[in-house]
Design a binder for this molecule. Structure first.
Ligand SMILES: Cc1cc2nc3c(=O)[nH]c(=O)nc-3n(C[C@H](O)[C@H](O)[C@H](O)COP(=O)(O)OP(=O)(O)OC[C@H]3O[C@@H](n4cnc5c(N)ncnc54)[C@H](O)[C@@H]3O)c2cc1C
Length: 356
């Protein structure tokens, strides 16, 4: 079987890139063991303004517009909702955070992302926020697990899916093609999430994986209709289900849920709403984010093997960033004059690893 692209990994990165390539008439095979991954358990939150200093993602506008366009196109193709636009109520954790917001709020670049009216209330329904809150706009969440199951079916129906783990030693990298089992591919694209740190061709890239734990809870009380950010985040779902997350641990890189992780998430929730803090935990999951040292994606071509590519490093922001970067990367792969933005291009690390 001859294909244009062999894609390794069916997380959000491999899935959205693979979808774009198939839509453009390219032949692909995507390989994945179909186990739990970061994309499937993610909260799916899209929030372009984050952190204690309320910093806007430098590509916020373009990322948001491409994310909405792609998720909505997928919704109409598969006739299923994947992206729910919801406001985000951001509780100030302390006076410093509130002061940081007050500095930002008059910046014209930030105007479309805030509704200023809510900031002095210290009580929102049953939630307490002693320092007040701000309503963020242009936020929402992606139903990632549903989307990935749907795209898996799509790849299967296009004879473009193999449920297995790739062993690097089974790949034969030749000048004119890549051979794997009965497949001859013109190119291979690694979209392996945090596993990329072990990839023999790309392990020189400075990955900084970070574990995250997330809880799903069943409430007996009414839930807010907006999402809430309070150091952690809360995402309300139908039938009184809600998710809270996520912990951030750069030391223990394993996928085991921990008692300490659960306790810290519950404690933070109980501080803003003690009654909700005693809701029943119905699921507790842990996975690893593919974070990078300079917090920018790893996209590009291997400097010595021209048929090898990587599309990875989306850290904690995959839902917002992958739609736009998958479009740019698809153009780079298929149009000779197209390029990858410098901050995301892996050629920024060539000099320190490949001299002479
Ligand atoms: C707890 C938690 C909460 C998060 N919440 C959010 C959020 O609210 N919003 C947001 O935008 N982001 C969030 N993220 C981050 C988000 O999950 C990532 O940015 C994104 O999912 C990365 O997608 P990916 O496809 O690069 O990696 P992954 O989802 O990890 O997918 C990689 C895939 O490659 C496969 N693979 C690896 N090696 C091989 C191999 N050799 N052969 C075959 N297959 C292979 C893996 O099995 C996996 O399926 C969260 C992450 C975690 C852990």
């Amino acid at each position: 079987m001859n294909v244009d692209y062999l894609i390794i990994g069916q997380g959000l990165a491999g899935s959205l890139l693979g979808y774009r390539l198939i839509q453009a008439g390219r032949r692909i095979v995507i390989i994945d063991p179909a186990k739990e991954n970061a994309s499937r358990i993610a909260g799916g939150l899209i929030n372009p303004v984050t952190g204690m200093r309320f910093v806007k993602n430098p590509n916020a506008e373009v990322c948001l517009s491409h994310a909405k366009r792609l998720y909505q196109a997928l919704e109409s193709t598969f006739n299923t909702p994947f992206f729910l636009e919801k406001k985000l109520l951001r509780f100030f954790k302390n006076a410093e955070e509130k002061a940081a917001f007050n500095k930002r709020k008059n910046d014209p670049a930030y105007q479309p992302f805030f509704n200023h009216a809510t900031q002095d209330n210290t009580q929102h329904a049953d939630f307490t926020c002693p320092f007040g809150a701000i309503e963020q706009r242009q936020t929402g969440h992606v139903l990632t697990a549903r989307l990935l199951v749907q795209l898996q079916q799509f790849f299967i129906s296009h004879n473009s899916y193999q449920k297995t783990q790739l062993h690097y030693s089974d790949l034969i990298v030749e000048n004119d093609a890549i051979q794997w089992r009965n497949i001859s591919a013109q190119n291979i694209i690694f979209c392996e999430g945090y596993h990329g740190a072990q990839n023999p061709w790309f392990s020189w890239l400075p990955f900084q994986p970070a574990k995250g734990e997330i809880l799903t809870l069943q409430s007996t009380l009414a839930l807010p209709k907006d999402m809430i950010s309070y150091g952690s985040w809360l995402i309300p779902e139908p039938k009184l289900i809600f998710k809270i997350g996520a912990t951030f641990d750069a030391k223990n890189i394993d996928c085991k849920p921990t008692v300490a992780g659960e306790n810290s998430l519950i404690r933070a929730l109980a501080e803003i709403n003690p009654r909700l803090g005693s809701a029943e935990v119905v699921a507790h999951r842990a996975q690893i984010r593919p974070c990078t040292r300079d917090k920018q994606p790893f996209i590009g071509r291997h400097p010595q093997h021209r048929r090898l590519f990587i599309f990875n490093g989306f850290g904690a922001k995959g839902c917002l960033e992958i739609p736009w970067y998958s479009l740019l990367f698809y153009k780079y792969l298929t149009t000779p004059s197209a390029s990858i933005p410098a901050p995301a291009n892996i050629n920024r690390f060539y000099d320190s690893h490949f001299t002479g």
